[in-house]
Write a protein that binds this ligand. Sequence first.
Ligand code: KG4
Ligand code: ZN
Length: 359
Amino acid sequence: MSSYFKIAKKKFKKLKHKKDIIVLAIESSCDETSIAVVKNGMQVLSNIVSSQIDIHKKFGGVVPEIASRNHLIVIDDVLQEALETANVTLKQIDAIAVTYGAGLMGALLVGVTYAKSLAFALQIPLIKVNHIEAHISANYICNENLKPKFIALIVSGGHTALVLVENYSTFKLIGSTHDDAVGECFDKVAKVLGLGYPGGPIIDEIAKKGVACINFAKINNVNTSFDFSYSGLKSAVINYLHKAKQNKVEINVADVCASFEKTAIDVLIKKSILACKKFKINKLVIAGGVSANNYLRKNLKIECLENNIQLFMPQIKYCTDNASMVASEGYFKIRSGKNLANLKLTAEPGLNLKYSKKL
Ligand code: KG4
Ligand code: ZN
């Protein structure tokens, strides 16, 4: 065992019982370079997010190699800003948390290597954090009273899943997508409509001005399980656009967006409520980039109220990728004595939630 890891292990054990824990977290899994300083998993002292959206926009999506290079360019400045905003020095940091998967290999490696270097230089514990678990943790930041057990709807660019969260680290998979993730579907539909990247927020805005009058519903998610499928919906929108072009019919983009959004989101709402009922849990949490969607937030609120389900949603700024959620997840891992990493830690692009079993 290296002398660093011996020291880190000792400090990690002590940390579990320390009254106040300050975690510095790093997130670089995709196109956001983010560093946050968070006290006790909930009190965000700083949350700096440097987005590369403008750089990738012209390519219509994230270019992995460009993402890695830009993480490298900005990460020093992001750290400086995170420390200054939090008004803390590196000496006050108790542990470093870092996203090690899922995500883009090169992008993840920048964050992981930076985190390892910091942890080694400061001789403090390094905590490895799963990006999907971190998205769920965004809810602990925003809702002090939230405690497991609950049902979580995870909706991002890479994931669409319903999960039973039994405690801070036991997850049971209820259902997931067979093909595209819902966020990916928003991005692809926006691309064929020529609306730009990322598609989710753009469709969200445009859909508000439209009417959901086009029926894409039959194609999508008609089965009765808790699983999802989005590739059919994507094809349905593409076919609709092709037919309109062939027949020289003018399309109403706002109506297409509203109809697509309704079809994509209604099934998430329906299955989330059904999952709460089936497992007799009246607490529902949403997480991931798509949880910023206005139609989802508004309609899920109504449905939860009608069904006596307590709904928890992250603030918009904590829905998409950010390091605060990584710090929060890291904090809960420290308190439960889990996820201490050594300096051999590497990126795991295909990491999923560690489900204890499928229900
Ligand atoms: O969680 P996230 O930032 O990154 C991943 O872990 O994938 O999610 C990004 C995804 C993108 O597909 C983006 O289009 C979608 O979240 N998204 C939205 C909205 N804001 C972001 N989708 C629908 N409505 C939104 N307002
Ligand atoms: Zn994410």
